[in-house]
Design a protein around this ligand. Structure first.
Ligand SMILES: [Zn+2]
Length: 428
């Protein structure tokens, strides 16, 4: 199939939806077009003053956005296709992208505008199923880490903290100290499969959304294809129209109706247990155990950062990895990981990070509260050069939390306590 050409549409046909750290999303609102109607355009961003010159040589053909092949070859082996959006290539054009920037940059949050911009040198983007428009409302939840690590590979300093307080709650505390906005949301409540706890998590997500003016990224609400903000009366009326029987925009009432509807949708869906299982079985050593294994191997010198001397896997390697993960994973002795399996564990950690960082879009099947469809989005390949940064961040978060004197108790309902870490002394 020949790829769609973005120049067959006008920049004016696209409205800004939202953005994350690396991509930005626009919704097609132009005249009916087989390729573009009911689709969003996902473009890569680049930090101001930077561009990835290795990828963007002008004389060579640029590869397709790796997100497409990654989903097609890797993610689809782990997540049933009914929970995935369709992704296809769209050929971009620099002049067209420049016009889009002129038209829509003002719709982006100012903080984001100061940091990065659309990468106008890219020649290919991604067209994805539109999960935001064509429906009265859509809800995006970024659930984050849904498990507590096992004790085996944690240091004596971190083991108590890390098996008591979840990574997200520690990170929230760390961010708040640095001036970030707080939230009482704990992912382990959302992942618990226990209705009161799921409702508690959704209530906290709603409160975080409301109190932050919609700026926290763990919950986003969309009405009529646009991001809703709590200070926008029109958005609130539409949310009330959808979620409540009396259309009251009373905030407590709305929050209650929202949590009830969404709790049922999430409890009925296999998505959260699936994500939690993938996250925990791929991050089996914790970054601490991974780091120990890395320094043990002869090929790495102890002074370079975790993963920094390791080349990124090719798509073929990722395919082999998934086969091993699905067939042999359980036969590996994770209590005493073999240095020979280092690359396996590094790749597993990267893939775990993909599932820790993805979002779920929940949209109603009809115009009023009832049943919902859920789709997992934003599953991008993570690269080896992120590992040392994550290890550093992990240390900082734990140190901060230890010094803060807090000790929130987060309950991992699906945690299978490892009966014995018998090899522990040997491993340490
Ligand atoms: Zn927590």
């Amino acid at each position: 199939m020949t790829p769609a050409l973005i120049t067959e549409t006008k920049p004016e046909d696209w409205t800004y939806v939202s953005e994350g750290g690396v991509t930005i999303v626009f919704l097609y609102r132009g005249p009916h077009n087989v390729q573009f109607s009911d689709h969003v355009l996902r473009l890569r961003k680049v930090a101001h003053g930077l561009s990835d010159s290795t990828l963007l040589g002008t004389n060579t053909e640029q590869p397709d956005d790796p997100m497409i092949a990654f989903q097609e070859n890797i993610i689809s082996k782990l997540v049933p296709s009914e929970f995935l959006p369709s992704l296809t290539v769209v050929v971009l054009d620099e002049v067209w992208l420049r016009s889009l920037v002129v038209l829509r940059d003002g719709d982006r949050p100012s903080k984001r505008r100061q940091t990065d911009q659309i990468d106008i040198r890219r020649k290919k983007g991604v067209l994805a199923t539109d999960l935001i428009g064509g429906t009265p409302i859509a809800i995006e939840i970024k659930p984050k880490w849904g498990f507590l690590p096992t004790e085996c590979h944690l240091s004596p300093e971190s083991v108590t903290l890390k098996t008591t307080t979840c990574r997200f709650c520690m990170h929230t505390s760390f961010r708040m100290e640095q001036g970030g906005i707080g939230t009482t949301y704990c992912p382990l409540d959302l992942f618990s499969r226990d209705e009161p706890r799921v409702r508690k998590a959704l209530g906290a997500l709603w409160a975080g959304w409301y109190e932050s003016g919609g700026s926290l990224n763990n919950l986003r609400l969309f009405v009529e294809g646009r991001m809703a903000k709590p200070d926008d009366d029109h958005s609130m009326q539409l949310l009330a129209h959808f979620f409540t029987t009396d259309e009251s925009t009373d905030i407590q009432n709305l929050r209650e109706s929202f949590t009830s509807a969404l709790a049922q949708a999430l409890l009925d869906s296999p998505i959260l247990p699936l994500l939690s299982t993938l996250q925990r079985t791929l991050d089996i050593l914790d970054v601490e155990g991974l780091s120990k294994l890395y320094t043990q191997t002869s090929s790495s010198s102890s002074c370079d950062g975790l993963g920094s001397s390791v080349p990124d896997p090719s798509m073929e390697e990722w395919k082999d990895f998934v086969e091993v993960y699905q067939s042999d994973h359980h036969s590996l002795d994770d209590t005493v990981p073999s240095p020979g399996h280092l690359r396996y564990y590094l790749m597993a950690y990267l893939l775990s990070a993909t599932f820790k960082d993805c979002s779920i879009i929940i949209r109603p099947k009809s115009a009023h509260v009832g049943s919902f469809d859920a789709t997992i989005i934003d599953m991008d390949i993570k690269s080896m050069d992120r590992l040392w940064k994550w290890e550093k961040l992990d240390r900082e978060i734990v140190e901060h939390y230890e010094n803060s004197g807090s000790q929130r108790r987060c309950i991992d309902s699906q945690r299978v306590r490892q009966a014995v870490c018998t090899q522990l002394s040997k491993w340490r």
